[in-house]
Design a protein. Structure first.
Length: 432
């Protein structure tokens, strides 16, 4: 045995040497493609730096492409602005034809905007006065429960164009130079943009809530359900079971005393009767906000108190607000079914889970009843969608969407009045 081992060592047959040689060959096979690819890349970069033709193509073609892209964006932006100015001009002409007091020449885009804003403000004040007079006249065709579905606030075209131009400029600088972007800085900018957009969306939802609350208090509606598809309002009121908002809103004095402003604006009043003079000028709104599965189990669903003068000279109005979010859809049904199953396990009777049982459980835990009118606001102007509003709440309610309303502004009193007018003209036969 020793003779054979010494003979093998003498002839150079060492097992460890053989294994080391095989490992070096495998390492060479794995490293060689990577080395060759890096070498080819470095050679190509050096040739590109040396070759004047390639450098001239980069310096000429890339800026031309960037300028062409910028020109397309500018043409698109100018076309949108021209269309908007044409809409302003058409609306001003329509207002001038409807009102002889505005029969004068208006020049310039800024003058159009200023005049349109002034006229819209006058119509808004007149609509608020008419809404307040509706309840004073005791209208019977006003809905008792209104739902508002708030869509996301769309991003303006100018913002999208600026983002596209910024991205294209960054890509161009990376192609023409050896600039390496800072990943941490880009991530920080993205987070900052997301936070800014979230704050804008939350403010937009809150402004819509305040506008709907004011209009409901004026027109005598005592229950309002607000659905926010993004869930900003639901997250804001998720920490407390019940929150009370009190604010004093004052009707503008000039809108009450200006009879010329109210004249010709009574189309939405019952039977075409002219509105009586409004006595109250201050309204104290007390809103109690409820969240499903967080609100108290015993509460009055609807109560319409008479408007009595407040001790400070204000009129007190109580409005119930139901805040709904994305988790109040199918998840609410799943929670109700879970509660029913637990109750059935404790009881010895037969298991019965039906529509009436689920509805009773939802009502016990603060879920709102079916609204009579659903107003859709926000989102794309030309597209009418419920924005994922719970479909089982809109079985018998009227749905209204004002296509002329601006999705960038909160719900106006004019749109709210149009919705009430559409509801007053509707006829619900309930299958008869």
């Amino acid at each position: 045995m020793s003779v054979q081992l010494s003979h093998a060592m003498a002839n150079g047959h060492d097992d460890s040497g053989v294994m080391n040689g095989m490992g070096e060959k495998k390492a060479d096979k794995t490293i060689q493609p990577l080395y060759t690819s890096q070498r080819r890349r470095s050679i190509g970069q050096s040739r590109a730096r040396i070759d004047p033709m390639t450098l001239s193509i980069k310096l000429i073609v890339y800026p031309i492409l960037f300028l062409a892209l910028l020109l397309v964006h500018l043409v698109y932006y100018v076309s949108i602005k021209a269309r908007a100015s044409w809409r302003y001009q058409r609306s001003i002409i329509a207002f001038m034809r409807s009102d002889e007091r505005l029969n004068r020449t208006i020049k310039g885009k800024k003058a159009y905007k200023k005049e349109k804003a002034r006229i819209e403000e006058q119509h808004e004040l007149a609509a608020q006065v008419r809404l307040a007079r509706m309840e004073c006249m005791g209208r019977t065709n006003v809905p008792r429960h209104i739902a508002l579905s708030i869509g996301p606030k769309p991003i303006r075209t100018s913002t999208l164009l600026l983002r596209a131009m910024k991205i294209s400029a960054r890509i161009l600088s990376m192609r023409m130079t050896s600039w390496i972007p800072n990943k941490a800085k880009e991530l920080y900018e993205q987070k900052a943009n997301i936070v800014a957009e979230a704050r804008q969306q939350e403010k937009y939802a809150w402004d819509n809530l305040e506008a709907a609350l004011r209009n409901c208090a004026l027109s005598g509606i005592r229950e309002l359900s607000v659905y926010d598809i993004e869930g900003y309002l639901a997250n804001r009121f998720s920490e407390t079971q019940k929150e009370v908002i009190e604010q004093v809103w004052r009707l503008p004095q000039e809108s009450i005393e200006d009879e010329e402003l109210i004249e010709g604006e009574t189309a939405f009043l019952p039977n075409g009767n002219s509105a009586q003079k409004l006595d109250r000028k201050h309204i104290q709104i007390t809103a109690t906000i409820y969240r499903p599965f967080r609100a108290p189990t015993l509460h009055d669903i609807y109560r319409r108190p008479s408007l009595t003068p407040h001790k400070d000279g204000h009129h007190s109005v109580q409005v119930r607000i139901n805040i709904l979010g994305p988790e109040d859809g199918r998840q609410a049904l799943a929670k109700a079914a879970t509660i029913l199953s637990k109750r059935q396990k404790k009881s010895s009777g037969p298991c019965k889970v039906g529509e009436n049982q689920v509805r009773d459980v939802l009502a016990e835990h603060g879920y709102p009843s079916d609204p009579e009118l659903l107003i859709i606001h926000g989102g794309p102007r030309q597209v009418s969608t419920l924005h994922a509003f719970p479909p089982w709440l809109v079985r018998l309610c009227e749905i209204y969407h004002d296509a002329d309303a601006s999705p960038y502004q909160p719900l106006s009193s004019t749109s709210f009045e149009k919705a009430l007018h559409a509801f007053a003209k509707s006829e619900q036969r309930l299958g008869k």
